[in-house]
Design a protein around this ligand. Structure first.
Ligand code: DP6
Length: 363
């Protein structure tokens, strides 16, 4: 599908009041998205596991308004008005208006809640923007009862819209493995939205576990948008983008064969490459903390000693995602609790696992 396919036909119902609600999960990238072009087009392909427990629940109420001049909306997080969220949503509305022409016709009340602590340092943009995109899709569906909106079209357009809010959000609509960004080795992959990974996946990856160690819960030092932009003119950018394409091809055979050793090597190399890109940009950043490195070293030593398939990945921050197969979770969780949790801020960590995407909620 192209951008043009997401421009709707005229709606059958123009003005009405309504309320819709969605829960949408976070996701964890295995091959990382880092670097983007105009209109939220990624510089390289990425693939992620959709998570199950870390999610945003958003309720969107809409009422018709008199004039169609400005956007009109208010945002609440856990019942508190959040005016500082407004600029990001305003930008999102501007980017998606061509595809949702009703945005100026309503006043919106956006009520949102995260299942993970807001200050946890876990990015809520993927779950938050995907939940909002899905709510807006439900509004569109309410306004176009005569149109036959298939589930596939609904999810694809939701992913397309979510991308325009936050790139990684386009990988949160469905599960359990989602690809975003056009790459030769994955048929159907596109820069415009996330697609379900289309090939066979070995049972080793079913119910894969992700324990998120909260090392640093402060505000992000570098926003991801700033970070992505630092890839423009970065001396290693082109090699990195090429490497991401190569890793997409490699992960395909790893996912088919169930080779956990190769999986861990690819995933950890991706995480460290992401941080290497930040350390070698201008200006440069170190987002890992001493405890991030302590955890990584402990994981490596334990893996060597135990022979178990424990590995890590990182996002653009200090927290560590510890990934491991379900059938090794007893011993590994014990190791995490005894050896790693001490490095977390206030001993906090979140147990998550692979999930299957967003759900609409009833009232
Ligand atoms: C490091 O999706 O948060 O988590 O498109 O600017 O909103 P924007 O960026 P964002 O970037 C996430 C980058 C990452 C890697 C990944 O999830 O692929």
């Amino acid at each position: 599908m192209t951008e043009h396919d997401f421009i709707p036909k005229p709606y059958t119902i123009t003005k009405q009041t309504g309320k819709v609600s969605w829960e949408s999960p976070s996701n964890i990238a295995l091959v990382k998205y880092w670097g983007k072009k105009k209109d939220q087009i990624p510089e390289n392909p990425s693939i992620s596991f959709t998570l199950n427990n870390c999610k945003t629940i958003t309720t969107l109420s809409y009422t018709p308004k008199e004039n169609n001049t400005d956007y009109s909306f208010e945002v609440f997080l856990d019942g508190d008005k959040k005016d500082d969220f407004k600029p990001k949503i305003e930008t999102f509305f501007e980017r998606i208006e061509a595809y949702l022409p009703f945005l100026r016709q309503f006043h919106f009340k956006i009520e949102t809640h995260n299942t993970f602590p807001h200050s946890s340092g876990i990015a809520s943009s993927a779950s938050g923007m995907s939940a909002l995109a899905l709510c807006l899709m439900s509004v569109e569906k309410d306004l176009s009862t005569a149109l036959d909106v298939t589930k596939e079209y609904f999810n694809t357009k939701a992913s397309f819209l979510a991308r325009l809010g936050s790139g990684s959000a386009c990988r949160s609509i469905e599960g359990d493995l989602i690809v975003w960004g056009n790459t030769e080795s994955i048929v159907g992959s596109t820069d415009l939205y996330g697609v379900k990974y289309p090939y066979a996946v070995h049972d080793n990856f079913k119910q894969y576990q992700d324990t998120i160690l909260l090392v640093d819960k402060g505000e992000k030092q570098v926003s991801s948008t700033v970070g992505h932009n630092l890839m423009h003119g970065h001396p290693f950018a082109q090699n990195r983008f090429n490497q991401a394409h190569e890793n997409m091809a490699k992960i395909k055979s790893i996912l088919a064969s169930g080779n956990l050793k190769a999986f861990i090597a690819l995933m950890e190399s991706e995480a460290l490459t992401l941080h290497a890109m930040m350390m070698t940009s201008m200006p440069y950043f170190i987002l890992m903390k001493p405890n991030t490195l302590e955890i990584i070293n402990k994981i490596w030593a334990y893996r060597k000693k135990s022979g178990l398939h424990i590995g890590f990945t990182l996002d653009a921050g200090a927290n560590v995602h510890v990934l491991y197969p379900k059938n090794e979770s007893g011993e590994i969780l014990e190791f995490i609790q005894h050896e790693l949790v001490a490095y977390c801020k206030n001993g906090e960590y979140i147990c998550d696992e692979i999930g299957f995407g967003a759900n609409q909620l009833d009232f």
